[in-house]
Write a protein that binds this ligand. Sequence first.
Ligand code: SF4
Length: 582
Amino acid sequence: MIRDHFRVLVVNLRSGKGQIVRLDGRNTEAGGSGLAALLFNKYGHVDRLWNDPEQPVIFAIGPLTGYFPLMSKTVCSFKSPYHDQYTESHAGGRSALSLCFANLDALVIVGKSERLCSLTVSSRSLDIQDVSFMKGMSVDETGKLLRGMSPGSGHRTIMRIGPAGENGVAMANINVDTYRHFGRLGGGAALGAKNLKGIIIYGDAVFPQPESKEYPKLFTEVYRQITATDMMKKYHNLGTPANLQGLNDIESLPWRNLQATSDPAIEQINGERFATDNLLRNSACSGCPVGCIHVGYVREMFDANHRYTFKQVAYDYEMIFSLGTMLGVTSTRSVLNILDEMEKAGLDAMSGGVALAWATEATEKEHISEKETEVKLSFGDAKAYQQATVLLGNGSNHFYRLLGQGSLKAAAEYGGADFACVLGQEMAGYATGEVFFAAQSLGFRHSHLDSGGYSYDQKHSDQDVAGVIDFLIKDEAGRAFMTSMVSCLFARGVYKDALLADCLNSVGYPELAATIDTAGAHIQKIRWQTRIATGFSPENITIPKRFFKIKTWKGPIDPLYLNTLKSEYGKAIIKLAGVTTL
Ligand code: SF4
C-alpha cells in the first residue's frame, strides 16, 4: 500500500453505505495524527456538539505501518465528550496492521445507526449488523460474541465498547483486541453516540515487498536495534511497572489522591512483585517483537470445595498507579480485580481510578456520603472500589453520572475542586514537578506522552522557563511526526529522525523523508488549530490547589514557577498555532 495519496473509507451509519475517498497530503500530513487532523477538518463540525450524529470518529495509520517493527499504533480522533474539543487517542493491538491489510490509510465513521450495530470492513467488503441483543453487555462478553461471529483470527482487529460507552460516560474507552485501548477522553462514548458497539477490520489484502535493495538491509538493522540491544529490554522484562519503585524513591508517585508522593508499601505492588506473583505471560501488538504487554492472572473461588475460576488481566504502570497507589490499594491481586471491573465496564482505568480517588477524599471530608456513592469508599478498600466501578460504568445515579463526566464536574456540585487531581483530564501517574503539571494540563491529549515533561523534571532542578517552553514545543513537534508514522512511542529511542528518513526512503517516500522537521511542525500546528477551533483556550484550564501542595525530590512545588510555566506554555501553543483563542 505504498502510494502518493491517502485511501480512506468513509462509512455513513445512517445510510449504511461506504465510499472510498482519495486524498492528497502524503508529503505534508504524512499519516496518523496528521491524517486524522486533515480528515477532521474535512468531515468534522467544530461548532456542533461531540454527540452530533454527523461528527466523525476517525482511525488513521501511517506510511510505515506493515513495513517496519513497532509502526503498530492507530490514531483515533474525535470530538471528546470530556471537554467537547477535538482530540486523539492511540492504541495498538492488531488495529494498525488490520487497517493496512484492509488497504486503507484511514476509516472515517459518520452518522448514527438507528439500532445498536457492529461494523465490519475488509479490503473488499462492508457490512453493518444489528446487534441490539448486545445492549448493556460487558466488553469481554461482547468480544467473545464478535469473535464467534467473525472468522479470520490473527488477521482482524476487534474493537468494542462496554456499558460505559453506551451510557455516554466521558471516561469510556474503546477496547482493542482485549489488551489495548483507545483509553482517554471518551472515545467509547463517541462510538456509543453512534450506536456502534463494535468494529471488526479484516486485513485480507496482500501487498508486494518494497523493491529497493535498501529495504531488507534496513529492516534487519532496525529489528536488531530493537531486539538485540538494551534499549527496549525494560519494556520486555518487568514492563512499564518497573517505573513504580523508581518514582516512589524520588517522591514522585501519587498515593491516596496525591496526599503523598512516596510510601514504603510500594514494595507490595512494584513491578518486581507483580512479575513474581501475578505475571502469566507477555503479549505484543502485531508487528512488534518487544512484547511489553504483561498479562497477569487472578483466581477466584466461586464455589465450595476449592472450585476456582481464573481471569487474565493485562496490567501496566498507569493502572497500578491509578487503581493501586492512588486508591491506597496495596495488593497486586486487588489491583487486578478492580482493573478487571474497569475492563468489563469499558472504562478508562486511569481516569476512573483517579476519579474514585477524588470521591474517596470527598467522602473523608464529608462533601459526599454513601447517599451519593452507594458504597462506603475508603482508601485501601478494594471490594468497595470494584462495586463503585460498576456503578460508575452504568451511570447508576446522579452522582456517578456527574463523576463519569470528570472529577471537576462532580466537584462543581459537591465541592472539593481543590483536591481534584485533574490536569486537563484526570492526572497521569507522574508527580514529578512543575514541568509535568504544566505539560499535562495544556498538552494536546493531556497525556504524559504529549511531551517528555515528566522526564525533564527528573533531570533538572533549576528553573529555566524559556528553556522548558522551548523543550516542550520542540519535543511535541518530534512526537507529532512519530505519531503520524504511528510508531509506538516506546521506540522513540530507536526511531530518530535520520533512521525514520532512511525507512521512508527505502519504501518510496523520498519527499517526506527530506522534510521530517517541517512536516512535524506542520502537523503540530494543524492539530492545535483544529483543537483551538473547537474551543481550547489555555486560560480556561486551571491547576487545582493539590498540585501546589506536594513535595518532590526537588523540594516543595514552587507556585510561582508552576504558574509561570503554565502561562508561558499556553502563549507558546497559541503562537505556534497562529490563531487567537475563542
Ligand atoms: S512496545 Fe508494547 S505497546 Fe509498543 S507496540 Fe510493542 S507491545 Fe505494543
